[in-house]
Design a protein around this ligand. Structure first.
Ligand code: 0X9
Ligand code: ZN
Length: 565
């Protein structure tokens, strides 16, 4: 929580801002010719893709409305005058001014950096066999030996007892300091996995069979400044220009935009050190970027040839999501060009799957607005792994009342990501397995168990009009495995077929079932893994459920278990 002293500071900044925005943006001013020279939040109208690119290279665009042809941008007085003189039509957006308010309502639901770091330490103490906190470098301020510099931490999660090759899912948050919901959403996901390990079969197999890396705050220096009421987006490198230390408007302050600093097509954003999208003095000039690049390179092999048009193979392993705010978008490469990425189809399918879960709009990054040097273009461009930006919610400083909903609406997408990093370009095209049940969930050896599930091939949200929606096919098969996944070669398990409960596989959503023979199973808990296939041959993600084989009396204590995914 932000301490009381800081809340007071936030309150004051908020009130000051409200006052100045009221002056700049009241509807009565709308016809005033002098208006565009005032600082404020504006609709900047553009007439071509080139104009949108130009403003995106100079300012951070809060929102883009392609149908009406404008971007929402916070502008300083000089910026507003400059854009007007260049012929852009500027309209004040007073209804959006409240997005700049740092004061009331206060934000006690968001942990500060110290609290985030204390929580991470506490997690490793509570779950030593599932977690490891890795220091992957120092922030810019710590490198300079300045006060309030930070270590950069990544939380590595896996069941350490399980010694198999493990595909990796990499989740990061808060590379932009002011995007308050992002660390909390990452923590919510981490806590779900840790708290449900051993209780929920999906949380358990995700951790047994994968390594999950989570950076809760990728820009702790910047985030610390936000806690003082500054509208900081960038890191805190102040050696490159004469900018403001703490700027509540989100422009004209120092620092490098870490989401423009990555070494893939670096160099298309702003050269002005005070711009909110300043890309730094060189590619990966900033320690936060460089350490992140080194870390990610150490975790994922390079699976894509260097050419911009070379696709990564279909069986590429690994997956990255970078959490941002705001806009309710799921975005994928490219950001640097409007051309399709070589793996556009696979990126789109997984993006539309994520959007099914969180209800966000799914589209390539450049369709929102173009950028260069962002984390996801780099991760995909250099290594070939699918990489996504989630723009959470609808504020940078999201009111606390909305936080729980935002964390919840994204949990399903993040858990889905944690299930598929082995084949992220392949599994999402296949059907999901949901509503798994075993009845009874606990039984004496020899008891027949009814295993049921729904295999569903239509779980996509397509929002890239006028493109056709994601193709769906009929479900053609469902299988289960007991206690091992079929691709773990040391323990290849028997494959058991499941039947369509209506007698025939002829729909994109099928109820399936099988009678499971427990006579050969040891006493104890077993994991049943189920997956389905569609008519195009795609196998979907696995879902799992526990089954306990024990003494006859045991069954009395264990009711039917049914679960939605
Ligand atoms: O501009 C950014 O870096 C991201 N948006 S934010 O409001 N969180 O700053 C968007 C990155 C995705 N890339 C593109 N839209 N090209
Ligand atoms: Zn961002």
């Amino acid at each position: 929580m932000i301490p009381g002293v800081r809340i007071l500071a936030l309150l004051i900044v908020g009130l000051v801002l409200l006052g100045s925005l009221g002056a700049a943006g009241s509807p009565a001013d709308a016809g005033d010719a002098s208006l565009p020279s005032q600082a404020g939040v504006y609709q900047v109208h553009y007439t071509s893709g080139d104009q949108l690119s130009q403003i995106a290279a100079q300012f951070d665009l809060w929102e883009v409305d392609p149908e009406s042809g404008y971007a929402v941008v916070a502008l300083g007085a000089g910026d507003a005058a400059q854009l007007s003189s260049l012929g852009y039509r500027l309209l004040p957006a007073p209804d959006l001014a409240h997005k700049l308010v740092l004061g009331p309502p206060s934000y006690p639901c968001y942990r500060d950096v110290d609290q985030i770091y204390a929580l991470l330490q506490q997690m490793t103490a509570t779950y030593p066999s599932l977690t490891e906190l890795v220091d992957y470098g120092n922030s810019w301020r710590k490198m300079q030996g300045l006060s309030s510099g930070y270590d950069l931490f990544v939380l590595r999660m896996t069941n350490e007892e399980f010694h198999i090759p493990k595909p990796r899912f990499f989740l990061m948050a808060n590379i932009h300091a002011r995007e308050l919901t992002t660390p909390e959403t990452a923590i919510y996901f981490v806590q779900h996995l840790l708290e449900n390990y051993g209780m929920d079969a999906d949380a358990t197999w995700i951790m047994d069979y994968h390594e999950i890396y989570v950076i809760v705050t990728a820009n702790p220096d910047g985030r610390r400044l936000v806690e003082d009421g500054c509208y900081q987006r960038k890191n805190r490198n102040d050696t490159l220009g004469n900018c403001q230390e703490c700027d509540p408007w989100g422009y004209d302050h120092h620092g490098v935009d870490l989401n423009r600093n990555n070494p893939y097509h670096w160099g298309g954003a702003s050269y002005d050190p005070c711009s909110p999208v300043y890309h730094g003095s060189a590619a990966a000039s900033e320690p936060e970027t460089d350490h992140l690049n080194v870390l990610i390179r150490s975790l994922f092999p390079d699976q894509r040839a260097e050419s911009d048009i070379a696709p990564a193979p279909e069986d590429t392993t690994g997956l990255l999501i970078s959490l941002h705010a705001y806009g309710r978008d799921v975005l994928w490469p490219w950001g640097w060009t409007a051309y399709d990425a070589p793996n556009a189809a696979g990126l789109q399918t997984l993006g539309r799957k994520f959007a099914f879960f969180n209800g966000y709009d799914a589209r390539p990054s450049s369709e929102l607005y173009p950028t260069t040097g962002d984390t996801t273009d780099w991760a995909y461009g250099e290594l070939g792994i699918p990489a996504y930006t989630f723009e959470l919610g609808n504020f940078f400083f999201q009111p606390c009342d909305d936080l729980q909903g935002i964390m919840q609406e994204n949990l399903g997408a993040l858990l889905y990501a944690a299930k598929v990093p082995r084949r992220p370009y392949m599994m999402p095209a296949g059907p999901d397995t949901v509503s798994l049940s075993v009845q009874p969930a606990a039984a004496a050896p020899g008891t027949a168990i009814a295993l049921e599930a729904t295999i569903n091939d239509i779980r996509f949200r397509s929002s890239r009009e006028p493109d056709p929606a994601e193709p769906v096919q009929n479900v053609t098969a469902a299988v289960y495995h007991i206690d091992a996944l079929p691709w773990i070669t040391a323990t290849v398990p028997m494959t058991h077929s499941m039947m369509a409960l209506d007698g025939v596989f002829d729909q994109p959503v099928e109820q399936v079932g099988a009678t499971l023979d427990t006579s050969a199973l040891d006493a104890g808990r077993h994991t049943i893994f189920v997956r389905g296939q569609d008519a195009a041959g795609n196998w979907g993600a696995v879902s799992a459920i526990f089954l306990t084989v024990g003494e006859p009396a045991y069954r009395l204590y264990c009711p039917l278990v049914t679960r939605e995914n």
